[in-house]
Design a protein around this ligand. Structure first.
Ligand code: C2O
Ligand code: CU
Length: 456
C-alpha cells in the first residue's frame, strides 16, 4: 500500500491515490480454488491522511494513528486471523502476512481496506482491487477468456479543479462524517469515461461495484440484452437474460455481452442517465467465438428445514440526540456491545433482515456465502410507531439473477429480506455490516462469532 499518482483521464492532471501494488485499482489477483496463497500486505502509506478523518467515530479517536490499514478479501473463506478484522490494522512501516486457502468455488471477490472508522476514506483513496478464483467447473465451460474477459471495477469520486480527490464533509470541523457520498465522476478501472476497443464477439465482464455508497442500474445504450452468469459467490445455474441490472455497493456480477451484431457501432455502458464507458466495436480477429452456455453450475437450494435457528435483525437509523446527526445500527446495537450473533460452526441459520429505514442497505456477512429466500414488504411506519408487524402481500422469491450464492444482499426499505446461511469454515470472530461505507463507519457494523459445537 502506497501513495500513487494516476492519470484518470487524458485532460486531468495526475491524481493522488492510495493503491495496492503501486496502482489504483490494485492488481487483479488471480488464484485457483483449493490452491492457497499467502500475501504480504505491506503498509507503506504516508504518515498523514489526505482525506478528512472524523475522530468522533467509533475506532477513529485521536488516540489512534491517523493512517491505519488492514486488508479484507471480500467474500473469502479465511480464518479470523486472516480475514482483516477492522481492529487488526497496521501502521505505516509494518506488514502482515495473510493466508487465503481458496477453499471455495470460482468467482470474483475483491479486496479492500477495512480499518475501523476510516475504511470509507481508505477505500475512497483507492485501496481496492479484484481477486479472482478459478476452478475446473468454470474451465469446463466455453466462456470468453482474456483478452475477451476483463474486470470492470466501478466507483464514483469527486474531483477538484486541480484533478485531486475531494471527499464531502458535514461542515462541522470536528465531526466531518456524512451519511452518504454521491459523486459526479464515474470511474471504470480507475479511468474517467474510458473506451474499450472490442471485437464483434462475446465478452465476459467481471463487474464489481466498488463505490462507497452508489447503486448502479446498468444497461447498454442500444437497449441490448446481456446475460448474467454469476453472482457474488459464483456461477448461476444458467445464464439469465437482462436488459438492466441493479448492483449495490460490494455486489459483483459476472456478465456476458455479445457485440457480435454490433460491428462498427459505439455502445455505452450506462447507469441511469449517466455514461460509464464506451465500447467501440471493430472487426473480428481469428480467435474462435464462444457460444452462450445453456447450463453453468447447479446451485443446490438449502432447505429452510435445515435451519437450526432463525434470527430477526433490524436495520435502524436514528437521530442521535448527543451528536445531532444520523446513527445507523444493526439490531439497535453499537459496535462495542457484547456479541449477540453466535451461530454454531456448520449450522444453518435464517436471518430475517428487517429494514426500518428509508434507505436500501447492502448487508454483507464475512466468511460465508448464503442464499436469498425471499423479500416481503411490511408496514414499517406501523412497526416503528406501535411495534406491530403488518406484512403486506406475499413474500417474493429472488429474481433469477439473485438466485445464486451471495455474500452481500440488498435489503430494501420496508422489506424483510430473508437469507439462509451455513456457517462453515472456521470458528471465531467476524463482522457483518452495511456496505454503504459511511453507514458502516457509524456504526452499522457488528461482530458475530462462529462458535465450535458444544461437545466437540
Ligand atoms: Cu467488503 Cu466487510 O467488506
Ligand atoms: Cu446502510
Amino acid at each position: 500500500m502506497s501513495e500513487v499518482l494516476c492519470k484518470v483521464h487524458r485532460d486531468v492532471p495526475p491524481t493522488r491515490f492510495w493503491g495496492y501494488g503501486g496502482s489504483f485499482p490494485g492488481p487483479t489477483i488471480e488464484t485457483r480454488a483449493r490452491q492457497g496463497i499467502v500475501v504480504e500486505w505491506a503498509n507503506q502509506l504516508p504518515a498523514r491522511h489526505f482525506l478528512p478523518i472524523d475522530h468522533t467515530l467509533c475506532g477513529a479517536g485521536r488516540d489512534r494513528p491517523d493512517v491505519r490499514a488492514v486488508v479484507h478479501v471480500h467474500g473469502a473463506k479465511a480464518s479470523p486471523e486472516n480475514d482483516g478484522y477492522p481492529e487488526d490494522w497496521t501502521t505505516p512501516g509494518r506488514s502482515s502476512l495473510f493466508h487465503y486457502p481458496n477453499q471455495q468455488d470460482a468467482t470474483a471477490l475483491w479486496y479492500h481496506d477495512h480499518a475501523m472508522g476510516i475504511e470509507r476514506l481508505n477505500q475512497y483513496a483507492g485501496l481496492l482491487g479484484v481477486y479472482l478464483i478459478r476452478d475446473a467447473a468454470e474451465d469446463a465451460l466455453d466462456l470468453p477468456r482474456a483478452p475477451h474477459e476483463l474486470p470492470l471495477v466501478l466507483c464514483d469520486r469527486l474531483f477538484g479543479q486541480d484533478g485531486q480527490l475531494r471527499y464531502s464533509t458535514s461542515g462541522a470541523p470536528d465531526a466531518p462524517w456524512i451519511s452518504e457520498i454521491t459523486c459526479d465522476a464515474h470511474l471504470v478501472n480507475g479511468k474517467l469515461y474510458p473506451y474499450l476497443d472490442v471485437e464483434p464477439r462475446r465478452y465476459r465482464f467481471r463487474v464489481v461495484n466498488a463505490s462507497n455508497s452508489r447503486f448502479y442500474d446498468l444497461s447498454l445504450s442500444n437497449g441490448g440484452t446481456f446475460h448474467q452468469i454469476g453472482t457474488d459467490q459464483g456461477l448461476l445455474p444458467a445464464p439469465v437474460a437482462l436488459t438492466a441490472l441493479t448492483l449495490a455497493p460490494a455486489e459483483r456480477a459476472d456478465l456476458l455481452v455479445d457485440f457480435g451484431a454490433a460491428r462498427g457501432q459505439k455502445i455505452l455502458l450506462k447507469s441511469q442517465s449517466f455514461e460509464l464507458m464506451q465500447f467501440r466495436v471493430g472487426t473480428l480477429t481469428g480467435a474462435r467465438a464462444t457460444k452462450l452456455p445453456t447450463k453453468l453450475r447447479p446451485v443446490r437450494k438449502i432447505p429452510e428445514s435445515a435451519a437450526a435457528k432463525t434470527r430477526t435483525l433490524t436495520l435502524n437509523e436514528y437521530h442521535d440526540p448527543q451528536t445531532h446527526r444520523m446513527l445507523m445500527l444493526l439490531n439497535a446495537k453499537r459496535w462495542h456491545e457484547p456479541v449477540t450473533e453466535k451461530p454454531e460452526l456448520d449450522s444453518v441459520e435464517i436471518w430475517k433482515l428487517m429494514n426500518l429505514t428509508e434507505d436500501s442497505h447492502p448487508i454483507h456477512l464475512h466468511l460465508v456465502r448464503f442464499q436469498i429466500l425471499d423479500r416481503q414488504l411490511f408496514d414499517a411506519d406501523e412497526y416503528n410507531t406501535s411495534g406491530k408487524l403488518e406484512l403486506v402481500r406475499a413474500p417474493m422469491p429472488p429474481p433469477p439473477n439473485e438466485a445464486g450464492w451471495k455474500d452481500t444482499v440488498r435489503v430494501d426499505p420496508g422489506t424483510i429480506t430473508r437469507i439462509i446461511v451455513k456457517f462453515e469454515g472456521y470458528a471465531g470472530r467476524y463482522v457483518w455490516h452495511c456496505h454503504l461505507l459511511e453507514h458502516a463507519a457509524n456504526e452499522m457494523m457488528r461482530p458475530f462469532e462462529v462458535v465450535a459445537r458444544r461437545g466437540t
